[in-house]
Design a protein around this ligand. Structure first.
Ligand code: V47
Length: 402
């Protein structure tokens, strides 16, 4: 893994709190008092954390000490860099045969109130309408529609590439790939190959939820299981595509099930190295069948990002998806292990239908301002983390583009 220059020599690490006691000494004594000095020692020595270490981190009551550990790992890899991209969402249909309890977006049948399916022309128009914008990514996520032909998806990709050949198409979760294979009578690999041939560049991380069978059975029983989700990512990596993995937290999962989820992702990454980002997704309870549950707190969100950074030592990026975390919490997460904010995300519906109060999208200049005001350095990236503009980019240019 290529590490960016470290900024571990942060001045505050050397700040004298009193009589020669530095911030680091202070944090280390807090960690020792919490019984976490062995974990801190492992991290110092570059030794991988175990399942039990992960659970102990989640049980640690000192969120700042946890954040300090995670931030050191973040800065080892990325210094103060914080990535974002210029992307749009395309959610072509919300008709979905699955009935996930947490979902506020899906409608079971075509024609049900609130259901929609865009024509191919309408999907292409979404891109044509943004002809003047320097978009680098279209992120497509759909419901599992029972009646559309496979050519709907391949033609959609071909059309999008024809309109903007340079744009990266990050489309279809592993759950959608499994569904296509089942209903169109293909193997998972054939589906991926045909979509790749039509223009698919990478897979987003959706559909992972929580890998533990106990939870999947309760909240998303009618979609593909964890092993198949991971197997599809494995195939995608073999075919040369990058992927992300998400984790939906803050509902009925236990701390142990969160760590199990992270370790399954880590094991796949050991095998393939094809995962770019791990994305904790905060559960939003509005308008779905789990609406009686409270949303996870900002503190919980910071802790999940921190533990993710600490456990997933082989995954380059931890993404704080600002639409899921809320904007202010996403800024804070940049000091709790996260180094990426996703992007401008125009036209997102899944979270807004589930109660997200965040804006419908952000301009690149707003994102850059948020990153800078959080004390970090904004780097616009493409989907594969090639840097497009660094922190010193002319703001005028950036604003004109957004
Ligand atoms: O899989 C659905 C989640 C995901 C709710 O790969 C909910 O870069 C919370 O995967 N509350 C889709 N979460 C979004 C997604 C994603 C987002 C950002 C970046 C990337 C990436 C991927 O949204 C679903 C599900 O886990 N979701 N409903 C809800 N009520």
């Amino acid at each position: 893994m290529g590490f960016a220059p470290t900024s571990l020599d942060r001045p505050e690490e050397h700040l004298t709190i009193s009589d020669g006691v530095t911030y680091e000494v202070c944090m280390r004594s807090r960690l020792a008092a919490l019984g976490l000095d062995a974990i801190a020692g492992k991290l110092d020595a570059g030794v991988r954390l175990s399942f039990d270490d992960g659970v102990a981190l989640f049980r640690c009551p000192d969120t700042l000490a946890l954040g300090w550990l995670a931030n050191r790992e973040r800065e080892k890899r990325h210094g103060a860099r914080t990535y974002y991209n210029f992307n749009i969402r395309l959610e072509a249909t919300n008709v979905c045969v699955a009935s996930c309890l947490f979902c506020s977006f899906a409608r079971l049948r075509p024609g049900d109130p609130g259901s929609y399916t865009l024509s191919l022309e309408q999907t292409w128009d979404k891109l044509r309408q943004r002809a003047g914008q320097p978009l680098t990514e279209v992120h497509v996520v759909n419901g599992l529609h029972p009646d559309l032909p496979f050519s709907y998806y391949t033609e959609m990709l071909r059309g999008l590439k024809q309109i903007r050949p340079e744009i990266h198409l990050k489309c279809f979760t592993a759950v959608e790939i499994a569904f296509f294979a089942d209903i169109y009578g293909r193997t998972d690999e054939q589906v991926l190959l045909e979509l790749q041939e039509a223009g698919l560049d990478s897979l987003p991380g959706g559909g992972a939820e929580i890998f533990a069978e106990r939870v999947r059975k309760k909240i998303c029983d009618d979609k593909c299981g964890a092993d198949r989700y991971l197997a599809i990512h494995r195939i995608a990596h073999r075919l040369g595509m990058r992927t992300n993995v998400t984790m939906l937290y803050g509902h009925i999962e236990t701390l142990e099930e969160r760590i199990d989820h992270m370790l399954r992702a880590r094991a796949l990454q050991d095998e393939t190295g094809g995962m770019q980002a791990f994305i904790p997704l905060a559960f939003h309870p509005d308008n779905n069948q789990m609406r009686k549950l409270p949303a996870p707190s900002a503190i919980e969100t910071l802790r999940v990002h921190a533990v993710s950074r600490l456990m997933l030592d082989n995954v380059p990026h931890i993404k704080a998806f600002w639409i899921a975390t809320g904007v202010e919490t996403a800024q804070l997460a940049l000091w709790f292990g996260a180094d990426d904010l996703d992007g401008t995300v125009q036209e997102e519906h899944i979270y807004h239908m589930a109660g997200s109060k965040t804006p419908e999208g952000m301009t690149t200049s707003t994102i850059r301002r948020l990153i800078k005001s959080a004390g970090r350095e904004p780097y616009e990236r493409d989907t594969l983390y090639n840097v497009i503009t660094g922190p010193d980019a002319d703001l005028q240019t950036v604003e004109r583009a957004s």
